[in-house]
Design a protein. Structure first.
Lengths: 320, 589
């Protein structure tokens, strides 16, 4: 299997090069550049032209691309045109924020979805199942931004239970307990709201899995052997029903870093998703290309991880 | 620096001034306009007490970059979030003319071609050190040295003798920057190549108006300055408050600067936090913040908010309809007008202007927060504004007559050009708030009544970057365009409309226009009466020629906790960067 993994990793290299080329070309095709918002009678067009030249924005696209690739191989993601700091440090800042928010969200999602899914599957067509289905319809149908804005309005503004924006309050010092509490406090509302509306898939997969597995031959065999119902359920049915969720788990792990644009916009939470949007609208090429490349790598690794996880949890599947 | 505010403000304007901003609620109530007129430019004056904290919401979708330096910053939000700490060297009156009430005095000598600047004794950085002549010079060095990648260097600033040589690396020092009492003195004499009538106004662009802490920054190499902790994390200024904590992109906390030269500030703590514009109304209504900007399109929902005073000001800006009548000649560095261009016919331009129902549309969609502006010189410039000029108001009869007389005959549904060729006019307009589209469509309908076939460039509204890409490069797909300008506080329109101005996007060049513009900035114009007269003549001329038709401007409204006093948008009470001076703000007794 390790050979396969190695081969998969090697295949990633040309994939990433093609991805980076596409990213670079598309970014350059957007009208305008990092300086186009700066036109103003008080800025000297000559100064802007000189800076464009110095930043190498006037070079042919392939020169810019090879320069970028060269720097990349040296581990240099470049300097952000807009934020004027190294892209790596900018992304690191945001990645940490996004990671904790996503981690909390994932934990909450599973904490909500798995019990709901199990309950719905176990009590198929009973009142438990039906009310969970209604919950599912609602969370599936409500658009995320509407849900977030409503939640922000209710719990942030009207009831005042949670902070309304940002990732940390301005008057705590890093390293103190108050600081970590403030970080967590700022994440709670976005995480809970996101968790609530992303449960649909997990609940449905789990429910369907349980419903299907309940009537499988091996379950009947186990029951006829006299295995206690509890063991039948937890050991046989549940484990097999978790397979589809495990299939996505690799992407869930890497998805921790890509962040959610909608939730980050609504809560002004400085994470990767928001950085991505900002870098598009401001034509911050260096940040934009670095981000897409990272997202690309994450997706490829996520797929690989999913395959590995599947082969571990499901002995029937072996990567060949 | 006025410039700090102006730099990024075009982006802002594309969303604000140009878009007229309002929700298209059909219950346009007739009282709303008078509501707006009742708004004051400052909070009621009351005696203040010491202490208290203030929270300020900054509504923006883009986090501030946090470059706490007037010389290096390029974003409007950056200068907004540094307002409590940052102060310019000079004070002004309400018409933006320098007075000597700021941190430094200034004396212009037209004969000797100098400006003598003296920093007042006791004006100290927040670490207790006196602001010196060298600090002022260091601003110039940061701007001039190419290693800092500052975007502030302009040919206007190069009016200082020797600054260009310094910028090109040909000289180690700036020869025209004289420090009679040495680097640690407080006196500076600036030697200019030529004197300009506009120099008595703040924001004139011929000399810099703030200082940089040399003793604090000198060890940072210029190349690393913009990303250094001294600029990004622990900046120092000489304004009333000092930065105590920066959370990158999110919030800035200020505490009093005990060395502040005007005295001890009143508040214990100020926190600026970034929130999304979607939350602005709730932020105000829930009283979560003590000061928060009003998003104009949300006005009807906000105006009933309790426990707040609304403070309104009219920004130095306007939206306009420009007609493309020529091209920018990059080699010669000047605009070249084409007398045979589609839009070069004056009658056609005037007819288009008479076809627009600017005032009723602004009233209908913005509840009075936007209003028509009559001329290209804003009212805030006092005498320079010609109050006798009437704006173009809709007059379809007159417009039709103009077109008929000029030979634009109707052939079927649409009018054709005098030479018989079909006439299709391409209008470029930017995307903006939700009312932008209906307003533009309305204008197109009005022009249709005249038989003018106006089509949107690209068939729809264009995103900001693409819009200016097309307009700047004189794209063939643009015959006229709806743009917006934010202005410097020096009234001269030379940067925008002269023959050599790249920002003269219409590309019109006429003898009369060049003459008038030169006259208003000539040595003769040191005589204010003469200058005012030329300004009036120019406004009349521009109104008549209609190369650029001013459309609307909009109030900028801020909601302030009604227990706070001293919040004023008057230029005389500002920090010199276009924001209120926080020294005057405090809680009422």
């Amino acid at each position: 299997m390790w050979k396969t993994v190695l081969r998969r990793i090697l295949i990633m290299i040309p994939q990433l090069i093609i991805l980076s080329m596409l990213v670079f070309i598309l970014a350059k095709m957007m009208p305008g550049d990092p300086f186009s918002g700066m036109i103003n009678p008080n800025s000297d067009p000559k100064t802007i032209a000189r800076l464009k030249q110095e930043y190498g924005l006037n070079d042919p696209a392939w020169v810019q691309y090879t320069r970028w690739l060269g720097n990349l191989l040296h581990g240099d993601l470049g300097q952000s045109y807009i934020q004027k700091v190294p892209v790596a440090s900018l992304i690191w800042d945001r990645a940490v924020n996004t990671f904790w928010l996503s981690l909390l969200t994932v934990i909450l999602t599973y904490a909500i979805a798995i019990p709901l899914g199990i309950s719905a599957g176990r009590h198929q067509d009973q009142w438990q199942d039906q009310s969970i289905q209604v919950f599912n319809y609602i969370t599936f149908a409500v658009p995320a931004f509407v849900f977030f804005i409503l939640g922000l309005w209710l719990f942030g503004f009207t009831l005042g239970w949670f902070p309304i924006s940002g990732s940390v309050s301005g008057d705590v010092n890093p390293g103190t307990f108050a600081y970590y509490w403030s970080r967590l406090y700022h994440m709670l509302l976005p995480a809970i709201l996101t968790a609530l509306i992303t449960t649909t898939g997990t609940v449905q997969y789990l429910r369907t899995g349980i419903v299907d597995n309940k009537v499988e031959d091996y379950v009947r065999t186990a029951r006829s052997k006299g295995v206690p119902e509890k063991v039948v359920f937890n050991k046989h049915i549940l484990r097999n029903s978790l397979l589809p969720i495990a299939a996505f788990f690799g992407n869930t792990i890497t998805g921790l870093l890509s962040g959610s644009m909608v939730v980050e916009m609504v809560f002004s939470y400085p994470g990767m998703g928001k950085l991505f949007l900002d870098s598009i609208s401001q034509r911050d090429y260096t940040t934009l290309t670095a981000l897409i490349l990272i997202f690309g790598i994450l997706t490829l690794i996520g797929n690989l991880l999913s395959d590995i996880i599947m082969s571990i949890v499901d002995p029937r599947i072996r990567v060949k | 620096m006025k410039k700090a505010k102006l730099f990024g403000s075009l982006t802002l304007l594309s969303g604000v001034a140009l878009t007229l901003a309002a929700c298209g609620s059909s219950s346009s109530n007739s009282n709303s306009a008078s509501d707006v007129n009742k708004l004051k430019s400052s909070t009621p004056e009351k005696a203040t007490k010491k202490g208290g904290t203030v929270t300020r919401a900054i509504e923006t979708d883009t986090p501030f970059t946090g470059i706490f330096s007037d010389e290096l910053s390029t974003s409007a939000t950056d200068s907004e979030v540094s307002a409590p700490a940052d102060e310019s060297l000079f004070g002004t009156d309400d018409n933006f003319q320098f007075n000597n009430k700021g941190a430094a005095t200034i004396k212009l000598d037209n004969k000797a071609k100098t400006a003598t600047i003296e920093i007042k004794k006791g004006v100290k950085w927040s670490d207790g050190k006196q602001v010196t002549a060298k600090d002022y010079e260091y601003s110039y060095e940061i701007i001039g040295n190419k290693d800092t990648k500052s975007q502030r260097y302009t040919s206007s600033l190069a009016n200082l003798v020797g600054f260009e040589e310094y910028h090109e690396g040909k000289a180690k020092t700036i020869s025209g920057f004289e420090m009679p009492d040495g680097e640690n003195g407080r006196k500076v004499v600036l030697h200019f190549k030529e004197m300009k009538p506009g120099m008595k106004f703040s924001g004139n662009g011929y000399f810099w108006e703030s200082a940089a802490p040399y003793h604090y920054l000198k060890d940072v190499p210029f190349k690393k300055l913009e990303s250094s902790d001294q600029i990004r994390k622990n900046p120092i200024f000489f304004g009333p408050y000092k930065v105590s904590k920066v959370v990158r992109g999110q919030s800035v906390t200020f505490v009093p600067n005990k060395y502040y030269w005007r005295g001890t500030p009143k508040l214990d703590k100020i926190t600026f936090s970034v929130i999304t514009p979607n939350s602005a109304t709730q932020a105000i209504k829930s009283n979560k913040f003590d000061i928060a900007g009003v998003i104009n399109s949300q006005w009807t929902n906000v105006k009933s908010a309790k426990n707040v005073n609304f403070v309104a000001s009219v920004p130095l800006s306007y939206g306009y309809l420009g007609f493309k009548v020529g091209k920018w000649d990059a080699k010669a560095g000047k605009n070249v007008m084409n007398p045979n261009a589609k839009m070069s016919n004056k009658a056609l331009r005037q007819a288009i202007a008479y076809g627009m129902n600017i005032a009723p549309v602004a009233k209908r969609y913005t509840h009075g927060l936007s209003f028509q502006v009559p001329t290209l010189i804003p009212k805030q410039f006092g005498d320079y504004y010609d109050s006798s000029i009437k704006p173009y108001t809709q007059n379809l009869k007159k417009a039709n007559k103009l077109l008929d007389d000029a030979g634009y005959k109707k052939k079927g549904k649409w009018r054709v050009q005098p030479n018989g060729k079909p006439l299709t006019i391409h209008l470029a307009a930017m995307t903006g708030s939700s009312i932008q589209e209906p307003i533009i469509q309305n204008y197109i309908q009005q022009w249709k009544k005249l038989g003018l076939n106006v089509k949107l460039t690209g068939g729809r509204l264009i995103e900001f970057n693409s819009f200016y890409d097309k307009v700047e490069n004189d794209s063939k797909d643009v015959d006229m365009f709806l743009g917006a300008w934010s202005l410097s506080s020096e009234p001269s329109p030379n940067d925008l409309y002269s023959e050599k101005a790249p920002f003269n996007f219409s590309r019109f060049v006429t003898k009369k226009n060049t003459e008038l513009l030169q006259e208003m900035d000539s040595t003769k114009a040191f005589n204010t009466d003469y200058r005012v007269k030329k300004f009036h003549e120019w406004q009349q001329y521009m109104k008549d020629e209609a190369f650029v038709v001013p459309t609307t401007n909009a109030y900028s409204v801020v909601a302030v906790n009604n227990k706070l006093t001293g919040y004023s948008t008057k230029p005389s009470k500002s920090n010199g960067n276009g924001f209120p001076n926080w020294f005057y703000i405090g809680y009422a007794k």
